[in-house]
Design a protein around this ligand. Structure first.
Ligand SMILES: Cc1ncc(COP(=O)(O)O)c(C=O)c1O
Length: 370
């Protein structure tokens, strides 16, 4: 659910308090001014370390609130907001920092996070830092989510991933958004693995399902399909201002270098023409081919994240080693990262893989001797 007027008003009130105290934080570009603010003590950020000379700073020289804000950052955030069809976006240095910043800033000890049991560690850490209560619901189970929402107190935040990194399955976001609306809960969606891959132009699952108006905040990371580094939180302009003022990983860390913001913006411009069709073809090919591979069971995934379940840590490691010896790199995911008995080899498909590589992988899985 979008923030009710009262919640949006509560965030706004906190911002007004800051203004009254003379402590309101806002972003200022300092380009062209005499620098007595940055941390670029040796001037290294002004010189290309590769000696080529560049008009842009190499490093940010400070946090976004000191000297690290730039026209490049502003342009990238405007592009991201319009791409994901939201009012505003704020870039963090990583998805991990975005998640701990968001969760720890928006909730307090009287509030409740209601979370999918398979949530990424970055979200769990953020929730812990907030001092709010945490209730877990069974993975992707809307009925259990509803039960937990009935028990939740204070402001309620439902936190899910759109595409789960270990199982490759997607959250039933439409149903979840409806339940959130009924229970006046705010929906937060981590789109890390859907960014660039899902949606007509790679906008993610929220946009694909036209749920932009029903989501309080979404997190898009750049370290996966965009091949870069960093992440953005999207939502209302009030949420952006609130995070600038209260999200500690944003306030207290050196910003990304200006050229990274330009790279992020360029990657967003490139996304609509990325070859997602090829990835979809390979996913279909992989799913078809695994039906003939009876050696182990495969995850039921429709996404680029696939996996073969190899019960037992020892056996999962042995299969990963066997593949490695054959020149194939796929990671073993062991318990307790996944439940005991569900240990697996995680198989990430990319649009640059080939059908013969998939055939080779499946042949080697079949050939593996325990
Ligand atoms: C679901 C999810 N959220 C957040 C992150 C953290 O993103 P980053 O690697 O940009 O810190 C990851 C990274 O693995 C992830 O899988």
């Amino acid at each position: 659910m979008k923030p009710s007027h009262t919640f949006e008003a509560a965030l706004q009130r906190k911002l007004e308090e800051r203004k009254e105290q003379g402590l309101y934080r806002s972003l200022v570009c300092s380009n062209g001014l005499i620098d007595f603010a940055s941390n670029d003590y040796l001037g290294f950020a002004r010189q290309s370390i590769l000696g080529k000379g560049s008009s842009n700073l190499q490093g940010a020289t400070g946090s976004r609130l000191i000297s690290g804000h730039s026209p490049e950052a502003e342009r990238a955030e405007k592009k991201i907001a319009s791409f994901h069809r939201t009012q505003a976006a704020l870039i963090f240095n990583s998805g991990y920092m975005a998640n701990i910043g968001l969760c720890s800033a928006i909730a307090g000890k009287n509030d409740t996070f209601v979370c999918d049991e398979l949530l990424h560690a970055s979200l769990i850490d953020g929730i812990r830092l907030s001092f709010a209560k945490r209730l877990k619901f069974k993975h992707n189970a809307v009925a259990d989510l509803e039960q937990k929402l009935k028990k939740a107190k204070g402001n309620k935040f439902v936190v899910v991933e759109s595409l789960y990194s270990m199982d490759g399955d997607e959250a039933p976001l439409k149903e979840m958004a409806e339940v959130c609306e009924q229970h006046k809960a705010y929906l937060i969606v981590d789109e890390a693995h859907a960014t660039g891959v899902w949606g007509e132009q790679g906008e993610g699952l929220v946009c694909q399902l036209r749920l932009e108006e029903k989501v309080f905040a979404a997190i898009y990371t750049f370290g996966k399909a965009l091949g870069l580094h960093g992440a953005a939180i999207t939502g209302s302009e009030t949420l952006r201002n609130y995070l600038i003022n209260f999200a500690r990983p944003f306030i207290y860390a050196t910003a990304l270098p200006p050229h990274t913001y330009s790279q992020i913006e360029a990657a967003y411009h490139r996304l609509p023409s990325a070859n997602r069709e090829r990835l979809v073809e390979l996913i279909a090919y992989f799913s078809q081919a695994t039906q003939a591979c009876h050696r182990f069971s495969f995850l039921k995934s429709r996404s680029q994240i696939q996996g073969v379940v190899v019960p037992g840590n020892k056996q999962a490691k042995a299969l990963a080693d066997h593949l490695f010896q054959k020149g194939i790199y796929a990671k073993a995911i062991l318990s307790p990262t996944v439940p005991a008995g569900q240990e697996r080899i995680r198989i990430c498909l990319h649009n640059f893989n080939t059908q013969s590589e998939i055939d080779f992988l499946l042949r080697e899985i079949k050939n593996f001797k325990e």
